[in-house]
Design a protein around this ligand. Structure first.
Ligand SMILES: C[S@@+](CC[C@H](N)C(=O)[O-])C[C@H]1O[C@@H](n2cnc3c(N)ncnc32)[C@H](O)[C@@H]1O
Length: 259
């Protein structure tokens, strides 16, 4: 049985299909630094580091970073971005972190727990490696409801084509579990974590066509081409042109957990 989903297969397209603006990424890092009082003496663990969306700006601010991921291809992408010398990576499974207990000042888990069947064990591992005064950050991007994407996913869902979620089913389920582990949860709210996401329908269609979203990985080429055709028709009927720009509110939900 599959235990987790590695992103090796989509590493080359990952960054081009995740548009978190740089000022928002910087704001996330700033919020984590001020919440956990991080400095150059601290270690920050990015659990499921991927291509380093958050690890890179954190390391550039002088905090020591360890990124852990199972996908070598994702981390290769990270290294193509010339990380500073205080960013280290380890290819390992988050269910067994290669890190001493109580040695880390802050851990970030961003968009990972839905991919791992035994996600609860990952959170136990995060708790184990955190120092007593350490902070676990859980990050979720939400909003970004682009009509073409919504339509495609709705059609695929109706036809039973979406891959069932392997790991955590919802944020609430994760928060409930960290509370069971003794964690006190705070939502960090700040205007810098909100933005207006703007894309043409064509850009959204192009992203969908890459199928980097793990929900779409089981859709056959044939079914995908048909879904894309229908989605293009929907866009033309509803909006006239694929070139039309669409704007939608987006927000990063950043939770700080102290055990
Ligand atoms: C959706 S990406 C998120 C990457 C990064 N946190 C970000 O927000 O851009 C999920 C990452 O988790 C990694 N992953 C999945 N299961 C894992 C596991 N059991 N151990 C380590 N990494 C895992 C994938 O390979 C992928 O790089």
């Amino acid at each position: 049985m599959i235990q987790y989903l590695s992103f090796d297969r989509v590493a080359d397209d990952y960054d081009a299909t995740r548009f978190l603006p740089e000022p928002v990424r910087e704001a996330v890092v700033e919020q984590m630094i001020s919440t956990a009082f991080l400095s150059g003496k601290d270690w920050f663990l990015d659990a499921g580091v991927g291509t380093g969306r958050f690890a890179l700006p954190m390391a550039r601010r002088g905090v020591n970073v360890l990124g852990v991921d199972v996908a070598g291809n994702m981390m290769r992408r990270l290294f193509q971005k010339h990380p500073p010398a205080n960013l280290y990576v380890a290819r390992a499974d988050l269910r067994r972190l290669p890190v001493r207990s109580r040695s880390i000042s802050a851990v970030l888990v961003a968009h990972v727990l839905h991919l791992i069947a035994d996600w609860r064990w990952v959170l136990r591992e995060c708790q184990r490696v955190l120092r007593q005064d350490g902070v676990l950050f859980l990050l979720y991007e939400s909003g970004k409801r682009f009509p073409a994407r919504e339509y495609y996913i709705q059609l695929a869902g109706e036809r039973g084509l979406l891959r069932p979620t392997l790991g955590a089913q919802s944020t609430d389920e994760v928060l409930e579990f960290v509370r069971d582990l003794g964690g006190a949860v705070t939502l960090i709210e700040h205007s810098s974590l909100q933005w207006l996401a703007r894309r043409t329908h064509r850009e959204v269609l192009h992203e969908l066509d890459k199928r980097t979203y793990s929900q779409l990985w089981d859709i056959t080429d044939e079914a995908h081409h048909e879904l894309m055709e229908q989605t293009r028709r929907y866009v033309r009927e509803q909006f006239g042109s694929e070139e039309e720009m669409y704007t939608t509110e987006a927000v990063v939900k950043l939770y700080a957990v102290r055990f």
